[in-house]
Design a protein around this ligand. Structure first.
Ligand SMILES: *Cc1c(COP(=O)(O)O)cnc(C)c1O
Length: 482
C-alpha cells in the first residue's frame, strides 16, 4: 500500500476515500454552516499550543492528518460565508466555484501562457469579455487579467498607468485619490516607489464623495508648480459606506487634463448588475482601468480579483518581457500569454470558477442575488429608522449600512456613544455569534453591516440587532451606576 510514497503518491483507493472525505466535509459545512458560530478567536499562545512543531521527518496516515485539520484548523477560522458575518467584506462564495477551484488545483493547470493551456487562456479571454461587456468597456480593444485580489488589481493598474502616462521618468508625477479610497491603493503607490510628496489625498464631501472642486484646485496648483498630474483613483462603492464617486464628472476632468482614470470597484462594481447599481455607476465605462473583485460581490471563493482596461495593449506594453527560455512559445497576439499582461508568470486557473459558476447559475441569478442584497440593506435601514434606540448614520448604499446605538430617550455625549457602540461590537464579536465591527464616520464610532451574502435574511439581521440591544442595555446599566 505504501509503495508509492516515495513518489508522493497514494493508491487509487486511498485517493478516492481521501477525496470523498474532503467533499463530505465541505458539503456538510455548506449545509450546516448556519448553525455554527461565525467568529473564531484564538491567541498566538493557543494556536502555538495546537500546531507548533518541527517539520516531521516521518509521515502520518493521511486520514489522521486530515481529521486533525478538520477538527482543529477549520474550526478555528472565522466563517466569512456565514449569514451573520457582516464585517469588512464578507465572502459568501458558492459551491460550484469551490469545486471548480478544486478541479483547477487537482489538474494543476498552468494559466500563464497560451501554449501551456490554450483552453485556460481562452476561458480567461472569454470571461474577461463578459466583464468588459457588463461594465460597458470596448469589447474588441478592451482587455484585462485575473489577479489574486483587489490589491493586486490596483497595483497592476497603477503600474500600467505610470508606464503609459510617464514612461521611465515619474519624478514629477502626481497621483490623486480621496480620503475614502481603499488602503490598498496607498500600499500600491508605496510599492511603486512614489514619494509622499507625489500623493494628493483629496477630502470627501459630507456624503463621502470625491470633492470635485477641491480636486480641480489641487490639479491646477500642481500644474502651476510644474508638476505632472498623471493618475486619479476614484472609488465605485467605498468599503466604508458603499458611496460611489461622481464618476462622469471625474472622467471629464481626467479627459481634459490627460490624466489616467482608474476606478477601484473592488467592493461595489459588481452591483452594476442591479438596477440601483447601474444608475449609481453611470460613467464607470469611461475609466482607463477598473478593479473588480470577484471574490467579493461576484460570490467567488478566494482568491480572485480582476483588472479591466480600455485597451489591452496598455497591459502588454507594460508587462511584456522576453526572456530567452520563453522564446519558442511566443504566440501571435490573439493567443494571449497572460504572463505578458500582468505581474505573475506562473498563475493558477482562476477563470475556471468564474466560468463554471456563471454558466451554471446564469447571469440572471447573480443579478437577483445582488438585487436581494441591496434590498436587504434597505430593509435593515427601515427597521433601524422605526426603532427608538438606533440611529442610521449613513443610509443603506450598495448593501452597506452604518448605524449606531443612540436611544432618543437619552442624551448621551458623543464620547459616551462612541464607547457604547465600541462595547457592543466587542461583545458581539467575543460572543462569536456575529461578525460585526465598527468603523469611523465623521469622527464617530459606528457599527457597519455589509450585507452581500445572499444567504443572509432579515431574521438574521433582526437577531443580530437584538443581540446588540442586549449588550447596549448591559453597558447602559454600567454607565448609570457610575
Ligand atoms: C477589498 C477592497 C480592496 C482590496 O481587495 P483585496 O481583494 O482584499 O486585495 C481594494 N479596494 C476596495 C474598495 C476594497 O473594498
Amino acid at each position: 500500500m505504501k509503495k508509492n510514497r516515495s513518489q508522493l503518491e497514494l493508491t487509487k483507493e486511498e485517493m478516492t476515500s481521501y477525496g470523498y472525505q474532503i467533499i463530505d466535509a465541505i458539503v456538510e459545512h455548506h449545509d450546516t454552516q448556519k448553525q455554527k458560530l461565525p467568529v473564531a478567536l484564538g491567541s498566538r499562545e493557543e494556536m502555538d499550543s495546537l500546531f507548533l512543531e518541527e517539520a516531521p521527518e516521518m509521515g502520518t496516515e493521511p486520514t489522521q492528518v486530515l481529521n486533525f485539520v478538520l477538527e482543529k484548523v477549520m474550526t478555528k477560522s472565522t466563517l466569512m460565508s456565514h449569514p451573520k458575518s457582516y464585517s469588512f467584506v464578507p465572502g459568501p462564495s458558492n459551491y460550484i466555484s469551490a469545486m471548480a477551484d478544486t478541479l483547477a488545483t487537482g489538474y494543476n493547470i498552468f494559466s500563464g501562457g497560451w501554449a501551456a493551456s490554450p483552453a485556460a487562456a481562452e476561458l480567461e479571454i472569454v470571461t474577461i469579455q463578459w466583464l468588459l461587456k457588463i461594465f460597458g468597456f470596448p469589447k474588441k480593444k478592451g482587455g484585462g487579467i485575473f489577479t489574486s485580489g483587489g490589491s493586486m488589481a490596483n497595483l497592476t493598474a497603477l503600474t500600467t498607468a505610470r508606464r503609459i502616462k510617464c514612461g521611465d521618468d515619474f519624478s514629477k508625477a502626481i497621483i490623486y485619490l480621496s480620503d475614502q479610497a481603499h488602503s490598498s491603493n496607498i500600499k500600491a503607490i508605496r510599492v511603486l516607489g512614489f514619494k509622499k510628496e507625489q500623493i494628493r489625498i483629496i477630502p470627501t464631501d459630507s456624503e463621502f464623495k470625491f470633492s470635485v472642486n477641491k480636486l480641480k484646485n489641487c490639479i491646477a496648483k500642481d500644474r502651476l508648480e510644474g508638476l505632472m498630474p498623471f493618475c486619479l483613483i476614484a472609488t465605485s462603492g467605498t468599503t466604508n459606506t458603499g458611496t460611489v464617486d461622481p464618476l462622469s464628472e471625474l472622467a471629464n476632468i481626467c479627459k481634459k487634463e490627460d490624466i489616467w482614470f482608474h476606478i477601484d470597484g473592488a467592493y461595489g462594481a459588481a452591483a452594476i448588475l442591479s438596477k440601483t447599481g447601474k444608475s449609481l455607476m453611470k460613467g464607470i465605462e469611461k475609466a482607463d482601468s477598473l478593479t473588480v473583485d470577484p471574490h467579493k460581490w461576484f460570490y467567488q471563493p478566494y482568491e480572485m480579483g480582476c483588472l479591466l482596461v480600455r485597451n489591452h495593449k496598455y497591459l502588454s506594453h507594460t508587462f511584456t518581457e522576453k526572456p530567452e527560455y520563453l522564446r519558442d512559445i511566443e504566440g501571435n497576439t490573439s493567443e494571449i500569454n497572460f504572463y505578458d499582461h500582468g505581474i505573475q508568470l506562473t498563475r493558477r486557473f482562476r477563470a475556471l470558477k468564474f466560468y463554471m459558476s456563471l454558466k451554471t447559475f446564469g447571469l440572471q441569478e447573480f443579478r437577483n442575488a445582488i438585487t436581494y442584497n441591496i434590498d436587504l440593506a434597505e430593509a435593515t435601514e427601515g427597521i433601524l429608522r422605526k426603532s427608538k434606540r438606533w440611529e442610521v448614520v449613513f443610509p443603506a448604499t450598495l448593501a452597506v449600512i452604518n448605524f449606531r446605538y443612540n436611544p432618543i430617550s437619552k442624551n448621551y455625549t458623543d464620547k459616551e456613544l462612541d464607547s457604547i457602540n465600541q462595547y457592543i461590537s466587542e461583545k458581539v464579536v467575543s460572543s462569536r455569534k456575529a461578525l460585526l465591527v465598527t468603523t469611523i464616520l465623521h469622527g464617530q464610532v459606528v457599527l457597519r453591516m455589509c450585507l452581500i451574502n445572499p444567504r443572509t435574511n432579515l431574521d438574521d439581521v433582526k437577531e443580530t440587532l437584538e443581540l446588540c440591544g442586549g449588550f447596549a442595555a448591559e453597558i447602559e446599566e454600567k454607565l448609570t451606576k457610575r
